[in-house]
Design a protein around this ligand. Structure first.
Ligand code: SF4
Length: 508
């Protein structure tokens, strides 16, 4: 204890300092660490969906703390390191404090904040100590969590504290919520990772020394971007590092990254340089050929659709902490749908639904959907996702199961039709509707929308229903959500029309 208190008094301003997150950045890539420390403005700002994930992580962290009754939070913020260290030292000395949240430690040039540090009272004849618990909103232990705990325990042990065990607390997706208060012992799983973390810890001092050497250089290390830029996290300097790469850079080849790795080793830098005879997947071949392609079967396949054609898309939210009875953490819950209905004459009608309050959306959403879809016509979707949501609704609402099962029988998926029968160079190897639409129907993209992709829609929905109190802001989000979902289904209408023309079916 004394050692820790002495350490807290060290003036941080004179010591080059790394944080836990900088250490993890350095493990991913020394250049990333260098840029984060010396040129942070070159990073791309996190998008709204990423920010919302951080926010959900904060909510999970706060809930996790409530499992440790009597625990005390170190209130000094991340920029108030000296105050945080002093508060931590005082709480450690106070034997009435059973757990400390956000405890700060500084050792070996590294500052860490520990999510939860639980005081373990020793049984007679045994030494007392602490249980270090890192809280993650993920659903399982990942490699990066071991590294995270390794650097934390290296620092904490360095200050003289005894760690009895080192654990990860994460979300248990096997937990099914029933009405009433959340069962925190079920929602969170705690895994003792002491042994695995001890093995990683051995290499921490050497890695830190290496990182400090890199940081003292006048220039960032010359590291080429490749697969390591996306594992374990997408690097925020990707745009900066790839800004001079050619449009047909070899790393833009979709599919197996093993192939890209082998080609890079052979000195291939662009897709056009891929040697003839290289084993490529069908999609990779199309990207290399880079020409428009229409299968002879496209027309007959498109003709199989039955009018009136409904074009259906769901938006969902996945709550880390379930709120509705008989749902699990991160279960996809439908909260919105859009349906564009096209008659054989070409006449088009639009219907939509958005659940706007904190109640369970599923039954009311399903009933409105059944009314909109009626009993006739194909239901065009763009991925197997809508099917999985309908199956889930059928299982959750027995009274609607027969009607929902009939709906499932009418689904008609446009995604495999395009994948197997058409290619445009502007797809760039991606068959996502966000790539396909601007290539086939350039006049109708997503650029003009406030919400442009599903992750952002989910995070904005969460904000609108569970966080935002300002009604003007709520109304703005509502409008953006409706426009986004409607664009997804209008996209399918226009894609079908454009593909019919490509297949020579004008007017059919
Ligand atoms: S984009 Fe890749 S190479 Fe560039 S800093 Fe990030 S991880 Fe390193």
């Amino acid at each position: 204890m004394t050692e820790f208190s002495d350490h807290a008094a060290v003036s941080l301003s004179k010591v080059p300092r790394l944080s836990k997150s900088k250490f993890l950045s350095g493990l991913q890539c020394h250049k990333r660490l260098y840029l984060e420390v010396h040129h942070p403005s070159l990073a791309t700002k996190p998008d709204a969906a990423t920010q919302a994930m951080f926010d959900m992580g904060t909510e999970v962290g706060e809930l996790a703390r409530s499992r440790f009754a009597g625990g005390t939070l170190v209130t000094a913020g991340y920029r108030q390191s000296e105050a945080a260290l002093a508060q931590t030292a005082a709480l450690i000395q106070d034997l009435t404090v059973p757990a400390i949240f956000e405890a700060a430690f500084f050792y070996g040039g590294v500052l860490v904040r520990a999510d939860i540090l639980e005081r373990i009272q020793a049984a007679e004849g045994q030494s007392s100590g602490w249980r270090l618990i890192e809280v993650k909103s993920s659903t399982k232990v990942k490699d990066v969590h071991l590294e995270d705990l390794a650097v934390q325990s290296e620092v904490i042990l360095g200050t003289g504290l005894t760690l009895v065990s080192v654990c990860l607390m994460h979300i248990n997706t096997g937990y099914e919520y029933r009405d009433g208060p959340i069962d925190l012992t079920e929602l969170f799983a705690i895994q003792d990772l002491s042994e695995a973390v001890a093995q990683r810890r051995a290499s921490v001092p050497e890695r830190l020394a290496e990182m400090n050497r890199v940081l003292l250089q006048a220039q960032p290390p010359a590291i080429e971007p490749d697969q390591h830029c996306h594992t374990p996290y997408d690097c925020p300097f990707w745009e900066h590092c790839t800004k001079d790469k050619p449009a047909r850079w070899i790393h833009y080849l979709p599919g197996s990254k093993q192939v890209v790795g082998q080609l890079t080793q052979q000195g291939v830098t662009t897709i056009d340089e891929i040697p003839a005879g290289t084993k490529l997947s069908m999609v990779q071949r199309r990207v290399k050929e880079d020409v428009e392609w229409v299968s002879a079967k496209l027309g007959p396949v498109l003709k199989a659709v039955q009018y009136p054609v409904h074009h259906l898309d769901f938006e969902t939210v996945m709550l880390a902490v379930p709120r509705f009875s008989e749902t699990r953490p991160y279960q996809a819950l439908p909260v919105q749908w859009s349906n564009h209905i096209e008659q054989a004459t070409g006449e088009l009608r639009h219907e939509e639904f958005l659940h706007k309050d904190v109640s369970d959306p599923r039954k009311v959403l399903a009933e409105a959907l059944l009314e909109s879809l009626g009993e006739r016509g194909s239901i065009c979707v763009y991925s197997p996702y809508e099917r999985s949501i309908l199956e889930q609704l059928a299982a959750a609402i027995p009274s609607l199961k027969p009607a929902l099962s009939r709906i499932i029988g009418r689904l008609w998926d446009l995604f495999p039709i395009i994948r197997d029968h058409y290619y445009h160079p502007a797809f760039g190897g991606s068959y996502s509707i966000k790539s396909v639409l601007p290539a086939i129907v350039p006049s109708l993209a997503y650029d003009d929308l406030a919400i442009k992709e599903g992750g952002h829609a989910a995070s904005q929905y969460y904000r609108m229903v569970f966080i935002e109190t300002d009604w003007v802001e709520r109304a703005t989000i509502e409008e953006a959500l409706l426009r986004y979902c409607a664009r997804d289904t209008l996209a399918m209408v226009e894609l079908r029309r454009a593909l019919k023309e490509k297949a020579g079916m004008k007017g059919e």
